[in-house]
Design a protein around this ligand. Sequence first.
Ligand code: UDP
Length: 417
Amino acid sequence: MNKDLLSHYAQVTGEEAVEQLQQLAEPLKGAHIVHINSTRYGGGVAEILHSLIPLKKALGLDVTWEVITGEEEFFHVTKSMHNALQGFPTEIHPKGLKTYEETNAQEAERLRPLLEEADFVFIHDPQPAPLLQFISQKRGKWVWRCHIDLSRPQRFVWRYLRNVVVGYDASIFSMPDFTQPLPHPQYIIPPSIDPLTEKNRELSPKEVKDILKKFNINPDKPIVLQVSRFDRFKDPMGVVRAARLARKFAPLQLVLAGGGAADDPEGEMILNEVRGATMGDPDIHVLYLPPDAHITINALQRAAHVVLQKSIKEGFGLTVTEAMWKSKPVVGGDVGGIKIQVVNHHTGFLIHTPEGAALAIRYLLFYKDKREEMGKKAHQFVKDNFLITRHLRDYLSLLLALKLGAHERIELETWTG
Ligand code: UDP
């Protein structure tokens, strides 16, 4: 079964990539690794963990994934914190911070045996970051894995969070721009997609057609798509403006597809705003999807002519990777992780305004050959850089560095002898 799983990946990425993973995992066999985040469904972190964990298990590691829970107030304060860390002016009341700490103290009690015994603990994002403070008897190495754009945080909130994460043994960021002065080693590991999931596997033309039919989307009119949680940083209103500008020059329909995440209480408000602005417009489809709508998203990405990700802040943007994997050029905001995926004029266009996005959409709808050429490059770029096997290789290398005392250089020979 495990061998089977690995061999499926080998078919996509080549035998060598999988052999390398096996070699790196060998000295780590049996190590107990715990991942903690704050939602099992919705958003990029959960998406990654669903794939990463079975693969780590297939390589012989003992992996557990736990999700912290809390009251509504907890998720309100963590969302405000998330907004402030990504630079949005936000006030956070000391009472909210107390809830944040108390919830983590309670969760630390629930998870104590697991957290004390683990060899490696990966804490994803700020929500569960204070857990470490409540685990005095830790045995293993603790890593804070930050998925968000921390390049220009509101200083007051970063000062607070810095104190929370300063005691970790290491932290991981998705790109160098996001790192902050911290007294421990910081690693750069960009996220990835899993080519074998329902979200990314090949679909037949019929499967794609059926999904379009289900949502009353015209298969004969070019589709411009953005898939995202309804979140201000994804700028759905900017997407609507861009599509409305572009359609003056090229016929198109806009599909805005997304759902919520259990740890994001603001989605409904943003969704209502978008619905209000687009009601009665026959060429704008706003689809509110359940968390398991993977095939739907896959089909929409395959059916799209152009995929947008007009974010104004973006930790990474797995939706960009997913679309590029399906050979679509992406018109993306020139921010965060989008910048390391969209190579301007090669795998898509980096834009700053709805007007810029409209120009890029118009160009891509008009020049089919360019669109296809950029789509091909986009696919190859993901294959070379953003598949889960590369991600796992980085994680395994990091685990080895932590285990062996963070030597600057890792030499495979020294472990196999
Ligand atoms: N996603 C989904 N359903 C939705 C919206 C998004 O399954 O309704 C998925 C999307 O395909 C991607 C992930 O959630 O895999 C979003 O990750 P991304 O890094 O783009 O953004 P985040 O939500 O983490 O900010």
